[in-house]
Design a protein around this ligand. Structure first.
Ligand code: ADP
Ligand code: MG
Length: 575
């Protein structure tokens, strides 16, 4: 190497990390500064990256995960060592479960002290702890390896089934210096980080043959299908085949929920009745009752319903996970769907009208029933009357992103609020967790620049509520609607001992969540009626200002555990 000419120019670990990320098109960091990464956040901002600082690492991590889902680029979360790392780990683990690409980068203490357990500042063997909770974990000890470390992290996050990756950067690394030209040469621009995976022709034929013989076929779209950004082909497959489809919650909007082939409103009819089910980027996990039991027409709660399955998934291990998969189609969704499309000619026989007609009939009946419920105007508001407003607002603003968490606030929103465009709905995901609300909202606003609505149960909001300061600080167009029914599930529970403490599920009555937003200069509004809620949401869109609407909901309105009561031993017993 010709070092003479450049030897005066030096670089260091800080700059190499930033340069490696930028070289790979990563322009945003979600994080929380502190030892040893404070300067990294300053320098990244100085070098033109967007650095979004949070109040708690879990929300920075959730933001990174949502950014990964929305952009197909790994979202970056940057934290300090031990406690900051652990706070970020919940989000990393959740991202991995959801198949969202993200990289948690944490500073760490010195290896030689940590490994001898000599009691370093924030001592913790972070790499070992992260490993079982994410897709891959790496540590970089030398500045000249930063390029490789970042490249491996990006590849691991994006290739195959996407997921969370941990990158451990010990404090000492940042200050290491090296020749700038050699440093630059050590960086890697990742080529084809998510290679297409083309399904085998015989697997395509097997799937098509099975589908051709179906009398009551059904297509199930999952959030993998939304992530894959194969929207046009998925729509073409559904429309050309004429098969009814059911979107999982985050797949809503790949086709508009108002599409005539959507079977959402006939879910409990189509699942047990279908004979061949095509899973596209959806796992047959608890959210689909594992393909078993009464939901699927099984004789008892453990019995297979008799359906045959075609499963499109990038993970070859997903098939047979719960019930037998008759035609696994392993590959990326774009390639698999276009391969199926190629086999569907003009002679394709659409499903019998006995099937599509029955689905439509059930659906129309349920839609009419729902319209009746939504037209009611009870005082105080219930979930349905408030969500009828949200439904209209989303219809008028289909580009807006809807973040949604809670128990009842989640279940009702999912079924009432139609989505019209792909990747506009972000919610509690595979684990059904609380706490994603404000992190997802910040990410959605930052990466898309669009209006964000977060429909939050009052309990769910509490997990990330302090991030309203973050929303105000960056002046993001986020409108939070807190469905305030005074508690977890509802606000009417009583202390069974008759003692002075309120019941564990009850909050302060009449809490003014709207004032939290006001505290940081945003707009806070109370809404006691649908008209007030509508006016406040319309104004939020118009102003684009951070807004929190405290929607006062009947405290008797919720159901324990929402629609997953069967998983709650106490509520299931009471039933
Ligand atoms: P949902 O909860 O909406 O049903 P899941 O998270 O259970 O969705 O399923 C998503 C599935 O999509 C995972 O099994 C994952 O492997 C798969 N997947 C994600 N991205 C792709 C892709 N680009 N191509 C194919 N499959 C994908
Ligand atoms: Mg509540």
């Amino acid at each position: 190497m010709t070092t003479e000419a450049t030897s005066a120019e030096m670089t260091d670990g800080f700059h190499l990390v930033i340069d490696a990320l930028k070289l790979n098109g990563i322009d945003t960091i979600f994080g929380l500064p502190g030892i040893p990464i404070t300067d990294l956040t300053r320098m990244a901002q100085g070098e033109g990256m967007r650095v979004i600082s949070f109040r708690h690492e879990q929300h920075a991590g959730n933001a990174a995960a949502a950014a990964g889902f929305l952009t197909q680029k790994p979202g970056i979360c940057l934290t300090v060592s031990a406690p900051g790392f652990l706070n970020g780990l919940t989000a990393l683990s959740n991202a991995t479960v959801n198949c969202f690409p993200m990289i948690l980068i944490s500073g760490s203490s010195e290896r030689e002290i940590v490994d001898l357990q000599q009691g370093d500042y924030e001592e913790m063997d972070q790499l070992a702890i992260a490993k079982p909770l994410c897709k891959a974990a790496f540590r970089v000890l030398n500045a000249e390896d930063i390029g490789v470390g970042v490249a491996r992290a990006i590849r691991a996050a994006l290739s195959g089934r996407p997921g969370g990756v941990y990158l451990d950067l010990p404090a000492k690394l940042f200050a290491q210096t090296m020749d700038a030209a050699a440093g630059k040469a050590s960086l890697i621009k990742v080529v084809d980080a998510a290679p297409r995976q083309i399904p085998a022709p015989d697997a395509v034929k097997r799937a098509l043959d099975l589908l051709k013989g179906a009398k009551k076929p059904l297509i199930l779209l999952g959030k993998g299908a939304a992530y894959a950004q194969a929207d046009a082909d998925i729509r073409a497959l559904i429309e050309k085949t004429g098969i009814p489809y059911l979107p999982m919650s985050m797949a809503k909007g790949i086709l508009p929920d108002t599409h005539e082939q959507s079977a959402s409103a006939a879910r409990s009819f189509v699942l047990p009745e279908a004979d061949v089910v095509v899973l596209i980027g959806a796992r047959l996990n608890w959210l689909l009752s594992h393909g078993k039991g009464k939901t699927w027409g099984g004789k008892d709660h453990k019995a297979w319903g008799g359906q045959k399955y075609i499963q499109i998934d990038i993970s070859p291990q997903e098939a047979d996970s719960n019930v037998a998969t008759d035609a696994p189609l392993v590959g990326d969704i774009g390639s698999c769907v276009s391969a199926l499309l190629a086999g569907i000619g003009s002679d394709w026989a659409k499903p019998p009208v006995e099937w599509t007609g029955a689905v439509a009939e059930r659906k129309n009946k349920n839609v009419a029933k729902m319209a009746e419920t939504l037209a009611k105007d009870p005082s105080p508001m219930n979930f349905q009357s408030a969500l009828a407003v949200v439904r209209d607002i989303i219809k008028d603003n289909p580009e807006a992103i809807l973040v949604n968490e809670g128990a009842n606030a989640l279940d009702f929103t999912r079924s009432i609020v139609d989505m019209y465009l792909p990747r506009k709905r972000l919610d509690v995901g595979t684990w059904g967790i609380m706490g994603i609300g404000m992190g997802f909202s910040v990410a959605a606003a930052v990466v898309t620049g669009k209006q964000v609505f977060a429909v939050e149960g009052d309990s769910a909001f509490g997990f990330s509520g302090m991030e309203v300061e973050t929303i105000c600080r960056y002046n993001l167009p986020v409108c939070v609607v807190v469905m305030n029914n005074n508690g977890v599930y509802r606000g009417t529970d009583v202390n069974q001992s008759g003692g002075k403490d309120v019941a564990p599920t009850v909050f302060v009555k009449g809490a003014r969540y709207d004032m939290m937003m006001q505290a940081f200069g945003g707009v806070g509004v109370q809404a006691a009626t649908p008209a007030e809620l509508r006016a406040a949401m319309v104004e939020a869109v118009k102003s684009g200002k951070p807004t929190l609407i405290n929607a006062i909901i009947d405290e008797t309105a919720g159901t324990e555990s929402g629609r997953i009561t069967s998983l709650n031993p106490s509520a299931a017993k009471k039933k």
